[in-house]
Design a protein around this ligand. Structure first.
Ligand SMILES: [Zn+2]
Length: 602
């Protein structure tokens, strides 16, 4: 076989061998002055033909050295930097041939004692004994300067942590994995590689003390993709739109393991679902899809936030984001509901949100607080499942607090109150607010609807912000949910906060929580409680109205699919009965979250 023929076969092979390009390094020149300079030129020049007639090939064919050694010596001699060494990868590293043959040899590239990140060279033996070499040249450049000092590990780790916290509101684990030289902007940068465990999946991050250079997923999934969305970060009072990367199932719609949209295409105010073949959901506020994209993105962001303060997703199904959800009254557009088990969606959980008629309420689909609040109900529903009495007020107050904590803003639904509408507690400003002076059993409190009363609880939590870090406070509140029962009320909640603080803060903040509760008028309830002597806590101070016998509690638990027992409808506030009577099927709808528009009419 002559050289020309080999070359033509090789060039054909070249085009077949993945996207990896041939690695070409410049030969050592005679009288080379600076050994610090590495030049890796474009791929036009060839080397494999020379290998064919090369001395190492000959030595190997004569059985004098192994093929592996032959190729390593060849590479080391031919590509000239004093510090660059090509070393065969060991089979125990997992780089063995699938067919257990000796047809390929893979080489790492070391500079001094450290690897060049991800640079790999592979020599492939063809059937006729000839060798060709491929490599990923990664835009190699001329390296004039090779730093010898490694960046601070601690500062590099700090850069990675900052980046993760900025992008994800999730807990994560970080471990140092390795270090290597990264080819970046015509330089070899010494970087640290960190293994990250985030949202249950592994990643690798490459960083130095200055910045993060790259991150890689260390997993493959069947058909999941990263989609792009564009929304207001919080609401339409934001001047800029923000883009987000969101994991999607990859069917071209807004669907992932956590949420899925439903847009009521056949109803009067509904629309077709957004579809994007390349998973890019970049719309502007004038596009109808913008609403759907906003709810989906904000729901995912809220989930990330909850995860960052300790929430563990354990749901079997994703949650349906049922938007333009029809309900009657005021065109059925001015409400948002959390439905633990929605028969319309085979018993899946749904969050139903109307778009707002623009008169009573508006922008319900683009304001992050709305879906944040509803998802807050979902988080609490693990333990607290009752939608009446103190439990309802508590549910609403905690759901509001989480929405406030995420945005560090005590106004719920900044953009949803139309000019002149009296649907909002603060006219034209906030549906509800934690920035208030409500006290238990004060006359203005007593005359309020449960939704407005809930501001007492969110307000008490917000008061604690003066003494506690907001992130800690949010963690504490979420942890406290574990210490509630199906129909807990205020007293249980205050005890739960103090118990959560024992776990998360060694009980250091017990008296702060106690004082905050006293300031909001819970004094009578807490008479026998000493915040300094936690071991002396009385067992229960709940008002008898909130205590049920064990049988009834058990029945309530079993009935969780319908979120409370039908018998309890008698105890529901009138607004809820009105709502339920209008729509018998809504007996299953537990939380009339944006019920202000309705309560106003009662
Ligand atoms: Zn609510």
């Amino acid at each position: 076989m002559n050289i020309k023929k080999i070359l033509s076969i090789l060039s054909m092979l070249y085009s077949l061998v993945t996207s990896a390009s041939y690695l070409h390094l410049v030969e050592r020149e005679e009288n080379q002055e600076s050994l610090k300079k590495i030049i890796l030129p474009p791929k036009e020049s060839n080397t494999y033909d020379e290998w064919q007639s090369g001395v190492y090939s000959k030595l190997h064919k004569e059985g004098k050295i192994t093929l592996k050694k032959a190729v390593a010596s060849y590479l080391n001699k031919r590509y000239y930097h004093e510090k660059i060494k090509f070393t065969p990868k060991k089979e125990e590293d997992g780089f063995f041939n699938l067919f257990n043959s000796q047809q390929t040899m893979t080489f790492d590239t070391h500079l001094g004692r450290s690897k060049i990140c991800d640079l790999e060279i592979k020599a492939i033996k063809r059937q006729d004994g000839s060798i060709y070499i491929i490599g990923n040249d990664q835009n190699f450049h001329t390296y004039e300067y090779i730093p010898s000092k490694w960046p601070s590990l601690e500062l590099s780790r700090k850069r990675v942590i900052e980046n993760i916290k900025e992008k994800f509101h999730s807990d994560f684990r970080i471990k140092v994995k390795d270090k290597c030289y990264l080819s970046e902007s015509k330089e070899l940068k010494p970087v640290w590689i960190f293994s990250i465990h985030l949202n249950g999946l592994p990643y690798e991050y490459y960083a130095d003390d200055n910045r993060l250079y790259k991150k890689e997923r260390k997993f493959f999934h069947l058909d999941g993709v990263t989609g792009k969305t564009q929304v207001y970060e919080e609401n339409s009072t934001d001047s800029n739109l923000v883009e987000y990367d969101i994991q999607l199932d990859g069917d071209g719609t807004l669907k992932n393991s956590f949420f899925e949209t439903f847009t009521n295409p056949t109803s009067k105010y509904g629309h077709e679902r957004a579809y994007s073949k390349d998973h890019s959901f970049i719309y502007t506020p004038s596009d109808t899809e913008f609403n759907e994209v906003s709810v989906f993105t904000h729901a995912n962001n809220m989930l990330s936030y909850f995860k960052s303060i300790g929430y563990v997703w354990a749901e079997t199904n994703n949650i349906i984001l049922n938007i333009y959800a029809p309900s009657r009254g005021s065109n059925g557009r001015n409400n948002a509901l959390y439905v633990p088990s929605n028969e319309s969606f085979n018993g899946k959980t749904s969050i139903n949100i109307g778009d707002g008629d623009g008169h009573d309420l508006q922008n319900l689909l683009t304001d992050t607080d709305v879906v944040s609040h509803e998802f807050g109900h979902h988080v609490q529903y693990r333990t607290l499942k009752t939608a009446s009495g103190e439990s309802l007020i508590l549910h609403e107050g905690i759901a509001d607090f989480f929405a406030f904590a995420k945005t560090d803003d005590a106004c719920l639904g900044e953009s949803i109150c139309p000019e002149g509408s009296d649907s909002c507690f603060l006219i034209s400003e906030c549906l509800r607010t934690a920035d208030n002076n409500l006290r238990l059993n004060d006359s203005d409190y007593s005359s309020m609807t449960p939704h407005h009363k809930s501001q007492l609880l969110s307000g008490m939590l917000w008061d604690l912000k003066a003494d506690l870090d907001l992130n800690y406070l949010a963690k504490l509140t979420q942890k406290s949910i574990d210490f509630l029962i199906v129909d807990s009320g205020f007293y249980h909640f205050i005890l739960a906060l103090m118990t959560a603080d024992e776990y998360l803060g060694q009980g250091m903040n017990s008296c702060k929580i106690y004082d905050a509760a006293i300031n909001r008028g819970f004094g009578t309830m807490l008479e026998n409680l000493d915040c300094k002597e936690v071991s002396q806590w009385p067992e229960d101070q709940e008002t008898t109205e909130n205590l049920r016998d064990e049988d009834e509690k058990e029945a309530l638990k079993k009935n969780e699919a319908t979120c409370g027992s039908i018998s309890k409808i008698n105890k529901l506030p009138f607004t809820f009965i009105l709502f339920s009577l209008l729509f018998p099927f809504l007996l299953i709808l537990c939380y009339q979250s944006f019920g202000v528009a309705y309560s106003r009419r009662t």
